[in-house]
Each structure stands twice: as structure tokens, then as C-alpha cells.
Design a binder for this molecule. Structure first.
Ligand code: SAM
Ligand code: SF4
Length: 335
């Protein structure tokens, strides 16, 4: 292994999130417009290129890879990539290979993912009501996702549910979702809705529901214990004493956790974003394509990028207008 990746604020970069496609079989209202324009195929990194890039990062000290998108499981032959990455789990270079998915394809892939060494996945699910699910995902169908969840748990994958907190939409499901997750031995994380991409006002479902309010509502029914555990990301965790399950709160709009940020994000076109909330990025596709068979150029480009990792982001909901708004969609950088 070469010298580990350390940014200017002495944070070791050990976590890479990789978006393997910008495409998706859903059109969640807070994430995509209904008529999204997707990238032409030639812009995308091939699976071999993704393998080379991730291998270089692993060689530079990345220990955790999270694959995301778009919907990662709709990328053709994606198992080839996962099977390739499993060699680093076998060698011990990688501690975790994991996935964030909408669950639509899990019924088909769960066993293969387990066989590739995956042990935990995050499944995004905002509601347990079939009609509301169809409304928020536009193209998704709840029973398909529920079958996927069953398959994942049967295969031995530990599942965490991620739900975007939307006022007036899933507020009334706080307790039913908590108890449904507990009954299936799944942790649940609430995500604050972020100002990513311009979806137009008419598409906004619900509103910003502060996670402080989510927590206060939970406290009316359960006893919560704060957990010291940190993910190196913008998540805080509590345990519900009555059910024993862990509840996470992802508040990317708070700055509290930027100082422990250990992650960078790679898009499916080879752009490396050093911060989810900043426009600055480094193009890794050019050094990758211009120098096949040589990782030196790529390593240099990665080190230069990490030297520019900012201290934090500029999202701010504290005023009437949303400042720090990002024009790119979440499906581009990968949530
Ligand atoms: N398609 C996969 C999925 O839905 O899990 C992976 C990609 S998706 C972009 C990753 C996560 O980002 C999902 O949990 C989704 O709910 C979340 N997300 C998308 N747009 C968001 C937004 N504007 N604010 C907060 N979370 C968002
Ligand atoms: Fe697709 Fe995930 Fe975005 Fe929903 S949140 S549109 S499932 S990428």
C-alpha cells in the first residue's frame, strides 16, 4: 500500500461512495424529475474502469466501499463489479463492501450479493402505504420492494432502512415504521430532505421535517438513549429501549460532523466530489483513460483532489430561502 490519504484537515479518507449509474427504475419526487435526461453511455465509466479506480483507492487506504447511484442494481452486469471487489474483502484490504438500493431488484440479487461478501445493505423506503409509495417514487411498487427485503433477509444480509423525513407525508407513519422495522430486526435511519437538484415546486411532496421534531415525537412514546457511535458521517444514533433497535438521524444540513468526515464520492463518470455540498470536483476519468495500465497518474490526481477537500459544506435552511442549494441531483453524486 502507498501512503494513506490524509486531507488538509488531517482527516484520513477511508470511505469511498461510488455511484455506478445515474439511471433508476424509480423517479422519487425529491430526487429526480419525471423526465430525467440520463447520460450517454460513453460518458459512463465501464465496469473495468470502475474496478481500476476502486482498486486504486483501496490501494491508497480506502477500507469501506458503498455502492450507490441512481439505482446500482439496474446497471447491467453489476454483479461482475461486486464479484471483482470481493477479492479485497478476501485479502482484508477492504473491511466492508456495501450498497444503498431502492430494493426493487433485491429479489433477484440478494443471494449473489451475499456470495460476493456483502453483509449489510441500506434499503430506502419512505412509507409502508402502497398508494403513498407509488406517489413518492412515481414508478415504484411497494410489494416488489417488500419481496426484495424478504429475499435480502433470507440471504443473510442485515438490512437498514433509510427514510426521508417529509412533513405531511410520512409524519403519521413514524410509529408504524419504527415498529415494523423492530419486528423485522431492522434499524431505521431518518434523512433530512436536502436541496439537491431543481425538481420544480409542483413536484415537492411534503416539506422539510426537522429531525429534532422527529426525535421529539419519538420521545413521546419511547425511551431513547443516545449512542456514542459515529459513522464518520452526518449520522447520530439513539437506541429505543422498548424495542432495542437503533434509530439514526442523518442531518446533512448541520455542520456538526464535517470535522470527522472520512469520505469522498465518485460519480459514474469518474468525477470525484470531495464534499457532497460543494461544487468542487476532480476529473479522474481523463487520467484513467489516458494512462491505461499505469496507476501513477491516477494516484497523483487522487492525491491532488484530496488536498482540496474542504472543511465543510454551506447548506443552510436557517433563513427563509434555502442557501447553499446544489444544482446537481443526488442521483449524480450518489446519496
Ligand atoms: N437508488 C438508491 C436508493 O434510493 O437507495 C441509491 C441512490 S439514492 C440517491 C440514495 C439516498 O438518497 C436514498 O436514501 C434517497 O432517499 C436519498 N435522497 C435522494 N434525494 C434526496 C434529497 N433531496 N434529500 C435527502 N435524501 C435524498
Ligand atoms: Fe432512484 Fe434512489 Fe433517486 Fe429514488 S432516491 S429516484 S430510487 S436514485
Amino acid at each position: 500500500m502507498t501512503v494513506p490519504l490524509i486531507d488538509p484537515f488531517e482527516r484520513a479518507i477511508t470511505y469511498l461512495r461510488v455511484s455506478v449509474t445515474d439511471r433508476c427504475d424509480f423517479r422519487c419526487v425529491y430526487c429526480m424529475a419525471e423526465n430525467m435526461q440520463f447520460l450517454p453511455k460513453k460518458e459512463l465509466l465501464t465496469l473495468e474502469e470502475l474496478d481500476r479506480l476502486c482498486s486504486t483507492f483501496v490501494g491508497m487506504g480506502v477500507q469501506k466501499l458503498r455502492i450507490t447511484g441512481g439505482e446500482p442494481l439496474v446497471r447491467r452486469d453489476i454483479m461482475t463489479f461486486f464479484n471483482g471487489m470481493s477479492r479485497y474483502l478476501d485479502s482484508g484490504a477492504l473491511k466492508e463492501l456495501t450498497l444503498t438500493t431502492n430494493g426493487s431488484q433485491l429479489e433477484r440479487f440478494a443471494d449473489d450479493l451475499y456470495a460476493a461478501g456483502m453483509r449489510r445493505i441500506n434499503v430506502s423506503l419512505d412509507t409502508l402505504d402502497e398508494d403513498k409509495f407509488a406517489r413518492v417514487t412515481r414508478w415504484g411498487r411497494l410489494p416488489q420492494v417488500l419481496r426484495g427485503l424478504d429475499a435480502a433477509q433470507r440471504a443473510g444480509l442485515r438490512v437498514k432502512i433509510n427514510a426521508v423525513a417529509l412533513k405531511g407525508f410520512n409524519e403519521d407513519e413514524l410509529f408504524t415504521m419504527t415498529e415494523w422495522c423492530a419486528s423485522r430486526d431492522m434499524d431505521l435511519t431518518w434523512i433530512e430532505v436536502m436541496p439537491m437538484g431543481d425538481m420544480g415546486e409542483t413536484d415537492r411532496i411534503g416539506q422539510y421535517w426537522s429531525l429534532e421534531d422527529v426525535r421529539t415525537a419519538l420521545e413521546t412514546k419511547y425511551q431513547l438513549t443516545d449512542l456514542a457511535e459515529r459513522s464518520g458521517g452526518p449520522a447520530r444514533y439513539v437506541r429505543i429501549e422498548e424495542t432495542g433497535q437503533k434509530i439514526g438521524f442523518i442531518t446533512p444540513l448541520s455542520h456538526n460532523f464535517c470535522e470527522s468526515c472520512n469520505r469522498v464520492r465518485l460519480t459514474c463518470t469518474g468525477e470525484l466530489y470531495m464534499c457532497l455540498g460543494q461544487e468542487d470536483m476532480a476529473d479522474l476519468r481523463a487520467p484513467l483513460r489516458e494512462h491505461p495500465g499505469d496507476t501513477q497518474h491516477l494516484e497523483t490526481a487522487i492525491r491532488r483532489a484530496i488536498e482540496r477537500k474542504p472543511k465543510g459544506h454551506d447548506f443552510d435552511y436557517s433563513r427563509q430561502t434555502i442557501s447553499g442549494q446544489m444544482s446537481r441531483h443526488m442521483s449524480h453524486t450518489g446519496g
